[in-house]
Design a binder for this molecule. Sequence first.
Ligand SMILES: [Zn+2]
Length: 144
Amino acid sequence: MTQVTYILNGKTQRKQYVDDKRAHTHIYKWLVKHAKTVSKQAILYSINNGPTTFSRAEDVPYSEQNNTPNFYLTPQWKELRVQALERDKSRCKLCGASASESKLEVNHIKERAKYPELELELSNLETLCEHCHQAKTSRFNRKT
Ligand SMILES: [Zn+2]
């Protein structure tokens, strides 16, 4: 059982959910609904992880598309992504473009779908610019 305390403009409301995943979904929707309210907070009390406070929808590990926590929103990924960018000196590994020349993205060398165990391995990550990333991804898709 997961408990969530919602605080909106000083008003408190408590709700219970069957699990964290369900709670994340509701917190996400609640934060989106009250996006314009500055004073808002949802505190999740989980048996496994202790209390977590959310005040922005993008911090909630939830994605609207598939209803499972979005990997690219997890703090673990965000942290590792920064490390990969620093290691690659914020330049595309293929064409050398910097962040001011092109949008930089961090790519999984071995795809997450086939190698989920490598999704948080720094050695499996490379910095690519938007164009090289797209070119590489479409090549992959054509092959398979
Ligand atoms: Zn590039």
